[in-house]
Design a protein around this ligand. Structure first.
Ligand SMILES: [Zn+2]
Length: 317
């Protein structure tokens, strides 16, 4: 094996390690929620589709608004209870993307998409997990206004953690979509792919939705075979990450590749190829001679790739 490159201190993964206590017991009682809302310490994150509203600061933006200020920005479409920060309630308020677009014109606000906020570090890192929670939950509400069983309008309950259909009484619960994201490894090389929607020169892990009736391991093997024609054997879980685009859970894995001849599915990928450790290390460090790069540390792909480069991936050498 080639010498292990020194990548320096480990960066933090984004959207995880929320400091909010979710306070699920408070969701059930409307009077308790109203009291939390009336408390002057209560705060809200305001989301409109892909956009997050923040108060402009010299460093970027402050995304936490007093409730009255949040409501004054635009007509709220939905309000969800995210949890408690030292007994102060945190809410997510959805205003819809058109209203958020309009707010881009205000000089005192910074209104931009969550990806940009996370990658550029425009808000303090502690705000990212509750913003992710708010965005995923509010997106679910915006797409479940009508009952999928009978078509009648549904109504939100329990601080936004359930919707109920008054017509057929079916309950609807917020969804999280599982996505496998994996690094296939063979000897001293790993398989990276490029999607046409990636920034130019970026290469990353392959990924795809887990399908009904499928285990995580089966989804990993199927996706790598479908997208790159590579057969995988052992699959090892690495770590997971909530990914609010719009409401996924990324399940990071390493997989042992049993074959090496790549056959790219052009409908999924622009390209896929094997990379050795040294080349990937330069990509992680953003020092690759041709400018090739991996995703930034906010994304789990960066950590899956780095763990392999540093010899920390279980199951695969
Ligand atoms: Zn119904």
């Amino acid at each position: 094996m080639s010498p292990r490159p020194d990548l320096g201190p480990k960066p933090k993964l984004g959207y995880i390690a929320s400091r909010l206590e979710r306070g699920a017991d408070r969701r059930l009682d409307a009077a308790v929620l109203s009291a939390l809302e009336a408390d002057p310490r209560a705060g809200a994150y305001v989301v409109g589709g892909e956009l997050v509203i923040t108060k402009k600061t010299p460093q970027g933006g402050d995304p936490l608004f007093a409730l009255a200020d949040a409501r004054a920005l635009a007509e709220p479409q939905e309000r969800v209870f995210l949890g408690l920060a030292a007994e102060a309630a945190r809410f997510g308020i959805g205003i819809g993307q058109p209203a958020a677009e309009t707010l881009k014109g205000r000089a005192d606000l910074l209104v931009t998409d969550l990806r940009t906020i996370a990658v550029q570090g425009l808000v303090e890192a502690d705000h990212l997990p509750p913003i992710a929670e708010a965005k995923a939950l509010l997106t679910w509400h915006s797409r479940h206004r009508f009952c999928s069983n009978c078509g009648a309008p549904t109504r939100p309950l329990e601080g936004g953690w359930r919707r109920e259909c008054p017509a057929c009484k079916v309950e609807h619960f917020p969804r999280t979509d599982p996505v496998v994201i994996m690094l296939a490894v063979r000897g001293d090389a790993c398989l990276l792919g490029r999607s046409a929607r990636f920034a130019s020169a970026m290469w990353s892990c392959l990924a795809g939705f887990v399908e009904p009736g499928e285990s995580i391991e089966e989804a990993v093997r199927r996706e790598v075979r479908e997208e790159a024609g590579i057969v995988c054997g052992q699959v090892d879980y690495f770590a997971s990450q909530p990914w609010p685009f719009p409401m996924s859970l990324m399940i990071g894995c390493h997989a042992e590749a049993l074959t090496s001849d790549i056959k790219v599915d052009a409908s999924e990928l622009e390209g896929a190829r094997w990379f050795d450790r040294e080349e990937v290390a330069l990509m992680l460090l953003r020092r690759h001679p041709d400018g090739l790069a991996t995703p930034p540390p906010v994304a789990i792909a960066h950590h899956i790739i780095r763990a392999w480069v540093e010899g920390e991936a279980r199951g695969v050498a």
